[in-house]
Design a protein around this ligand. Structure first.
Ligand SMILES: [Zn+2]
Length: 270
């Protein structure tokens, strides 16, 4: 039975978006059907039964590929046997993620839909999972009649990847870019220098791309968005002043997105 937690959107290019619009994160997982294998890019927040939602949509085995290991992208990993993730973050999966009771991400302020039956927002956590294989730059993921190239796009996290189908120009960009606040500020996790390099790399690839599927907020996006985020980061690097600075975080606002950086990042990076 289809869940009311997930929002399924089928696109003509064979990509299926699986959104979770009831939570403020606006996270998306994506299913790409190939003749031999279906690739499920990320498994969302683990709030509802993703496996049961995906199964009627496919007629092949399912391979999970995580764009990175942050909790809102790996929530239902535990339901799947085959999980591939970049080598820099594979060792994080077995730990899962837990929060102190009542301090987790399912507070009432984050929810615009009721949680599915049986989900206790006070004791929400992410179950452990395990990588079957690790990925690195240049690997190819063969789904039978479709192939995706692994492009390492770190900065938001050390092992972030973008998956590109060169035959169609489809790019699943994870958290590298999306229409919202780009997180480059989390200390010990984000790396502004690498993030800048990633945005440059993606902008260079933009002419060969047709469609971007980001892991949060509005989707799909046009490849021109990659030029905007690249230009934005370059403006920040060139000395643009933050539009806002609060709680140790600088916000640089642009038309379709903003960039968040930790106060003092400039001194730390140079
Ligand atoms: Zn993330």
């Amino acid at each position: 039975m289809a869940s009311s937690w997930f929002e399924i959107r089928e696109f003509p290019d064979g990509v299926v978006g699986i959104g979770e619009p009831g939570h403020a994160e606006g996270v998306k997982s994506y299913l790409v059907r190939g003749s031999e294998l279906a690739m499920l890019v990320d498994t969302g927040m683990g709030v509802d039964d993703l496996k049961q939602t995906v199964e009627p949509l496919v007629s092949t085995p399912v391979l999970v590929v995580n764009s990175h290991s942050h909790w809102d992208h790996i929530g239902s990993n535990w339901q799947f046997d085959r999980i591939w993730i970049h080598e820099a973050e594979a060792d994080r999966l077995p730990a899962g993620r837990s929060w102190e009771p009542g301090r987790g991400p399912m507070g009432p302020d984050s929810l615009s839909r009721p949680l599915p039956d049986g989900v206790d927002p006070e004791h929400f956590g992410i179950r452990p999972s395990k990588a079957e294989r690790t990925l690195t730059e240049g690997d190819e993921i063969d789904l039978g009649d479709r192939t995706f190239l692994v492009v390492h796009t770190p900065g938001h996290s050390p092992g972030g990847i973008t998956l590109i189908e060169q035959a169609t120009g489809i790019a699943l960009v994870g958290d590298a870019v999306y229409a919202g606040a780009l997180y480059a500020h989390m200390r010990g996790e984000c790396d502004p220098v690498l993030y800048r390099a990633t945005l440059t790399k993606l902008a260079e690839l933009a002419p060969e791309l047709s469609t971007l599927y980001p892991s949060h907020n509005a989707y799909p996006l046009d490849p021109g968005f990659l030029n905007e985020t690249h230009q934005g980061m370059e403006e920040v690097w060139a000395g643009r002043r933050p539009d806002q600075s609060a709680d140790g975080v600088e916000r640089y606002q642009f038309d379709r997105f903003s960039i968040l950086l930790a106060e003092g990042w400039r001194a730390a990076e140079h």
